[in-house]
Design a protein. Structure first.
Length: 315
């Protein structure tokens, strides 16, 4: 009974995602382009897609001992593994207090703590497959004031699912106290679905349950108008040519100073975006395939964005 209802709604399950879309449309030779965040950043910069500025890279443990000197002049920054996934291993420093660093959550740590964390990254603790990794130190995004009352001590990001170059579904992920200021649903962030035509938030989910207000701030989650929505759709669609991946997750942020910035790309995007939107993916994916099959030549970015806005407006 439940399965038939989900099928009518067009809900895409994990097995169907893996076999019907990831295996079919994502050639493994393209995976390194998104699994290596340093390489992704370089590719994006090469085609004019904005990314957070890179302050430095730590490749060896002896380099971690020089972090205090390397970070002189930077009051805030982000440390992340180049081959990490699911937000694991990301450390956000929001300020300094004398000789201590203040995380986005408000917790204070020392430079010794930072060095230890970087050493864990290098050891492969957070990398895909546990392989040795490198640590990236980046500009800390200053989120758009729109999100001030619906994000708890962290930077919200927007996940867009792009199928064969067409933006197909989107949500904004809002940090909470539970998620320790991280925009990751598995760690307790809120996910709010976005209407692709208007850029307005619709429904929201927290811990896999529908919510209408942010659990920490009490502010309504529906009806938020995402700034620069047209630019965000364009950026997401362009990532198809950047990677050659047909089933792609694009994570972007809205920086108060620099506008839309791409954080990272994902060759295996999750399916919880359907819960946030209270809509199934399968019908949308089928519609994209039918449209592309009806065309004589591959559509340009503008055509793909127009199709998305015309066909994937929330009911």
């Amino acid at each position: 009974m439940i399965q038939s209802r989900l099928a009518r709604m067009g809900v895409l399950g994990m097995n169907a995602r893996n076999a019907g879309y990831i295996s079919r449309w994502n050639e493994r030779k393209h995976y390194p382009l998104v699994d290596d965040k340093l390489l992704t950043k370089s590719l994006a910069e090469g085609v004019g897609i904005g990314v957070p500025a890179l302050y430095g890279v730590v490749r060896h443990n002896h380099e971690a001992k020089d972090l205090r000197a390397k970070l002189t002049g930077y009051a805030d920054f982000v440390v992340k593994p180049a081959h990490g996934s699911g937000g694991n291993g990301i450390l956000v420093v929001g300020d300094r207090s004398r000789d201590r660093l203040v995380k986005a959550s408000g917790q204070e740590i020392t430079f010794d703590d930072l060095e230890y964390h970087v050493s864990n990254i290098l050891s492969g603790m957070y990398s895909l497959g546990g392989h040795p990794d490198v640590a990236m130190i980046e500009y800390r995004v200053v989120f758009d004031p729109l999100f001030e009352e619906v994000a708890y001590r962290g930077v919200p990001d927007i996940r867009m699912l792009v199928f064969r170059g067409v933006p197909t579904m989107a949500m904004v992920r809002l940090p909470t106290r539970t998620s320790d200021g991280r925009a990751n649903l598995h760690q307790g962030a809120v996910g709010a679905g976005i209407d692709l035509a208007s850029g307005l938030t619709t429904s929201a989910v927290y811990r896999n349950r529908p919510v209408q207000e942010h659990p920490d701030t009490g502010k309504s989650l529906a009806g938020l108008e995402i700034p620069s929505w047209a630019k965000l759709l364009d950026l997401a669609a362009r990532c198809y040519e950047l990677t050659g991946l047909g089933y792609l997750g694009v994570d972007v942020v809205l920086d108060a100073n620099y506008g839309p910035l791409m954080l990272e790309l994902n060759a295996r995007p999750g399916i919880s975006i359907q819960i946030a939107n209270r809509a199934g993916l399968r019908h949308r994916l089928d519609r994209v395939e039918a449209w592309l099959a009806s065309r004589g030549k591959p559509p340009q970015v503008d055509d793909r964005v127009r199709f998305a806005k015309r066909n994937f407006a929330s009911a």
